[in-house]
Design a protein. Structure first.
Length: 227
């Protein structure tokens, strides 16, 4: 397989993981039943995983990691609302066919998404756990099932330009397993992230412009933070 073919394959697979903006596969978790988030076991394991990673500098050495930053011309509160309006993910992320919240436990939100048919996507249905405890500054997420051995990420938001705009930092970490070499995974990861952030920026700015045009006022006067 040529380097170009490997990059194309890796990029397509990573697009599958990133499209929902919220993903992680824990190999030690039991296989999902008809209700993938039944009980509190999975939620507790997710929280324990996040806690252990925050204490260990070596907890993610096996993951390919990339970070992309962008400034969105919208208040941070509106950007946060867009990220946590899971039902609108098909509007925000083009590769998502549908997305729904299955349940909420405190600041954990469990969602189910279906992806549009695309190359290298074996499982169009995927389940994600999202952590909203640091709203509106940070959204962390992990995949419960999917193609990759491990995928997790974080959206960090910071107000800039006197609160009129929002600086977004999107970090994604993926363990694709032994099939994809680390250098190839890193490059494909960066390329896919840029596409996701660019699409998100365009959609949010377009929505903000439409809202403010309809109301005839500035963003801060029109948009209210999530309750």
């Amino acid at each position: 397989m040529t380097i170009f073919s490997r990059l194309t394959s890796a990029s397509s697979k990573l697009s599958y993981a990133i499209a929902c903006a919220s993903i992680f596969n824990l190999s030690q978790l039991p296989a999902p039943a008809s209700e993938p988030f039944s009980g509190a076991t999975i939620g507790n394991q997710i929280k324990d995983s996040w806690a252990s990673q925050s204490l260990s500098k070596d907890s993610k050495t096996k993951l390919a990691k990339a970070t992309v930053e962008a400034t969105i011309r919208a208040p941070k509160e509106y950007v946060w609302k867009a990220l946590t309006d899971f039902g609108r993910y098909p509007h925000i992320f083009p590769k998502v066919k549908s997305c729904q919240v299955l349940k909420r436990e405190g600041q954990l939100v469990y969602i189910e998404s279906y992806l549009k048919p695309q190359l290298f996507v074996n499982e169009q249905c995927q389940h994600t756990i999202n952590d909203l405890q640091n709203k509106p500054d940070s959204l962390r997420w992990k995949m419960v099932d999917g193609t990759f051995k491990a995928v997790e990420g974080e959206w960090q938001l910071k107000s800039v330009n006197a609160g009129k705009h929002c600086q977004v930092k999107y970090t994604l970490e993926v363990d694709p397993g032994p099939a994809i070499p680390r250098p190839v995974a890193n490059l494909a990861l960066k390329m896919t992230q840029k596409e996701i952030v660019s699409n998100f920026k365009q959609v949010v700015e377009k929505d903000v412009k439409a809202v403010n045009s309809a109301h005839g006022g500035p963003p801060m006067a029109v948009l209210e933070p999530e309750g």
